[in-house]
Write a protein that binds this ligand. Structure first.
Ligand SMILES: Cc1ncc(COP(=O)(O)O)c(C=O)c1O
Length: 452
């Protein structure tokens, strides 16, 4: 690093002290990386380093860094119309075009989209819409939301309450009422009770039915689930889980909200994670991959049945919900163009092929005594770090050390508790996949880790 680079970085870090960063603790932000550029799957730092971003930012930069089309689209739209209100009585061209493009795209019954600026807003919108739906049908007691442990649904007051990770909750209590959690369908470490002969999928689905019955079906509005749980540890459910969940929710009139904020737009190799598991949601929330992070955009798709209630049900109460930036023209224009790129470059297909190569490479690392499990779909993968393979006890500290050492060697991963997540941009090629495995293998082999 040159003296000039050092000085510039130091000056910027001084200014950065004036910023409160997400999920902040000062001890963890003493020497942040200052990122000033990116190309393909690589980040560039002000001190001259090139880092392979195995996390595609926050699981979102699907078309990779340095795309030259999306900035032009955003600039052209901003020159023409930077902003207009999308509240009732007005609309704009890109948001209408994108809503039409998304109609029936994920599922034939999801034909109506509400736009937000991100995932938490999308989930809050879904909770309110589920409650509104039952309210308009006269079932005003039906307001509870069932979520799973290890779920991550975001950071607003309601999304935090739906999240099933205590680390996000304890310092912000009390949690909003009306949210409860059941065990995650984790085949590697199921934490609920299992009856003889039951599969994990059956036991986890039974936990849902028991929760609905315990609370009273007349009080439960919706069940929310990520098709693959991301931040909670890249938990891939068994194939029998979601069909059972759908049947249970149908039996008790409970809506299903699929949180596809990570799993949407090709990340798992399917366009949407719910498609992988044959899950038909009533509401589908998305964000992240819709613009590959080039601008802020999220949204919620509602089923035709919910649409009909909002449009047709008797009653005078409007659906009093919306954000200043709902249907932002530039964000929606970028969303449309991003969708075209994902399609034209067949990036979901690339996620399947590269994901298999990545998992094959990561699976070869199972020989290390502290690697308990390798799992994933497409380019959403996790490597579970344990104290030993027999007890499967999570080793969060070791996972953190591995992530730090990998970064020092030029690979960015994120330890979500004791699981190392690998979700690189979907444009990744074979050499770049092999680089991930090579760097991770060299970290595992290093004295700091293998002698620990
Ligand atoms: C599954 C899931 N839902 C919701 C969110 C929240 O999205 P945002 O940070 O855009 O509010 C995230 C963010 O990582 C997520 O992974």
């Amino acid at each position: 690093m040159s003296q000039l680079q050092q000085d510039l970085t130091a000056a910027l870090l001084e200014k950065d002290q004036r910023q409160l960063h997400p999920v902040f603790h000062p001890s963890k932000h003493r020497t942040p990386l200052v990122i000033e550029g990116g190309d393909r799957v690589y980040l560039h730092t002000t001190d001259g380093r090139r880092i392979l971003d195995g996390m595609a930012g926050l699981w979102n930069v699907n078309v990779g860094y340095g795309n030259q089309v999306l900035p032009d689209i955003a600039a052209a739209q901003m020159r023409k119309l930077a902003y207009t209100s999308n509240f009732v009585g007005m609309t704009n061209v890109p948001s209408s075009e994108l809503a039409a493009r998304l109609a029936g795209f994920a599922h034939p019954t999801l034909n109506t989209t509400f736009f937000t600026s991100g995932g938490s807003e999308s989930n809050d919108s879904a909770f309110k819409t589920a409650r509104y739906y039952w309210f308009r049908l006269g079932k005003t007691e039906k307001f509870k939301i069932i979520a799973r442990k290890y779920a991550y649904h975001g950071i607003t007051v309601a999304a935090t309450a739906a999240t099933g990770i205590a680390g996000y909750q304890t310092m912000f209590g009390p949690m909003a009422p009306g949210f409860l959690h059941i065990p995650a369908p984790n085949p590697y470490r199921y934490e609920g009770d299992m009856q003889p002969g039951e599969t994990v999928g059956q036991a986890a689905a039974r936990a849902l039915e028991e929760a609905i019955l315990r609370e009273g079906p007349e009080t439960v509005a919706a069940f929310i689930a990520e098709p693959i749980q991301g931040v909670g540890g890249v938990i891939v459910p068994p194939d029998d889980y979601f069909p059972l969940v759908r049947a249970i929710c149908d039996k008790y009139d409970v809506l299903i909200i699929a949180d596809e904020v990570i799993t949407g737009f090709g990340r798992t190799g399917a366009w949407f994670g719910s498609q992988l598991f044959g899950l038909r949601p009533d509401i589908l929330d998305f964000a992240k991959g819709i613009t590959s992070g080039y601008l802020q955009l999220g949204g919620m798709q509602i089923s035709d049945a919910i649409r009909e209630v909002i449009w047709e049900a008797p009653g005078t109460e409007s659906w009093m919900h919306g954000f200043t930036y709902s249907g932002h023209p530039a964000a929606c224009a970028v969303g449309l163009a991003n969708l075209e790129i994902l399609e034209r470059e067949r990036l979901p297909e690339n996620a399947v092929v590269m994901g298999e190569r990545l998992r094959a490479g990561l699976t070869s690392l199972l020989e290390f005594p502290f690697v308990g499990d390798v799992r994933g779909r497409g380019l959403l993968n996790g490597v579970e770090i344990v104290k030993d393979k027999e007890s499967r006890t999570p080793d969060v500290a070791m996972a953190g050390r591995i992530a730090d050492l990998a970064l020092a060697k030029g690979l960015r991963t994120r330890n979500v508790a004791n699981v190392l997540a690998f979700a690189p941009p979907l444009i990744i090629n074979e050499d770049e996949v092999d680089e991930i495995v090579r760097i991770l293998g060299s970290v595992f082999d290093s004295p700091e880790i293998s002698a620990a």
